[in-house]
Design a protein around this ligand. Sequence first.
Ligand code: CAA
Ligand code: FAD
Length: 385
Amino acid sequence: QPQDFDLFTLREEHELLRESVRSLVETKIAPYAAAVDQEARYPQEAHDALHAADMHAIHIPEQYGGAGADALAACIVIEEVARACMSSSLIPAVNKLATVPLILAGSEELKQKYLRPVAEGRAMFSYALSEPDAGSDAGGMTTRAVRDGDGWRLNGVKRWITNAGVSEYYTVMAVTEPGIGTRGISAFVVEKSDEGFTFGAKEKKLGIKGSPTRELYFDDVWLPGDRIIGEPGTGFKTAMRTLDHTRVTIAAQALGVAQGALDYAADYVKQRKQFGKPIAELQGVQFMLADMGMKIAAARQLTYAAAAKSERNDPDLTFYGAAAKCFASDAAMEITTDAVQLLGGYGYTQDYPLERMMRDAKITQIYEGTNQIQRVVMARQLLKG
Ligand code: CAA
Ligand code: FAD
């Protein structure tokens, strides 16, 4: 069953992929994770390594030059990179987030034009939904695209855009018909070189400091007519359908950072001696480890189940994507915080990676919809029956 995968035993190809990403991460990404955080700089080493190994956007279908990897494979790449460096894991994660709208709803010409350069490592893609005054209420956006000749004229501001400035291409949602709510929103491809398109300063953040986040400014940017993704008025739906798929990748990211923190802490407690013996022998410590492992196991099953639903485009993906993202990110916050605790004072310093992991984990409860919004999404699905 090439399109399917077993929830309980991964297929050999997924296990082999995990092994190869893990060894790439150990040699080419993990050694730079602390410096990337401390210097708040783009993880260029990870960028180069992921591109060289063709792991920067493995989800892109083969007909557009990609590897055509399934949703679980994309999760495994993101999970393994996040296990060592959350900032770096946003390279494959955001390439997927921003290209899924095209894959789901773009014309054949748009796909050929914009997916191939990403697959071939010549360009990156960012996703621009949020605005200064429209975050959770994404449908309340005010960025406006007005018909102008045989194209569109774009004006407005997007906020919090990951990889802004690094990416060549941007999927941008804008209002094309005001007054009719989300049915008046359309999605477009904007190029970095389009005249009138500029960027704000890099945000100074609590975590994922290596991942650049900036505002986008559109000042009378003219877009040719064929840059629209799908029909006018379908942009919000495309944006939401995309998030159904990519909230699964955020769950994978959360899973990765949680696993990285548990692995580090489990190792540490075997070495650290207090009261004349390794603290791993204390039952209070063992119970903490057990809870951490249990939460990771549950988060992994839910995340991989959601990946299977993403791959099959199951009708209950909306629920599963939200559930996996919410559960795994809450677990990641708890597990990374407990991992800091297990290292005591050492965990609180930059001499160890756990305070970074704890700061990085926090974002997974906020982006791609806060965990309150995931609960809104899940409850709506449940009440729909
Ligand atoms: N699939 C298909 N259609 C969907 C859908 C889905 N999952 N969710 C909503 N829709 C459709 C609805 O059916 C409805 O269509 P009709 O007009 O035909 O009835 C339309 O979209 C509007 O839906 P709602 O009435 O449910 O819309 P709403 O205004 O109440 O908002 C929301 C719903 C779930 C709160 C949404 O605004 C939301 O998800 N907010 C969070 C925003 C978010 O996640 N942003 C992430 C930004 S990207 C990011 O953060 C990336 C990163 O960090 C790396
Ligand atoms: P608000 O919507 O103002 O929320 C504030 C608080 O109110 C939250 O606790 C929220 O849960 C709560 N709240 C709001 N509505 C409800 C409700 N109905 N019920 C209960 N509680 C509610 N966006 C993009 O488009 N592209 C990106 O690449 C991107 N990358 C990001 C990277 C970073 C580092 C960050 C911080 C954000 C990024 N975002 C991106 C934006 C992100 O998706 C939003 O920050 C998020 O959706 C929340 O919106 P907000 O910040 O405006 O918070």
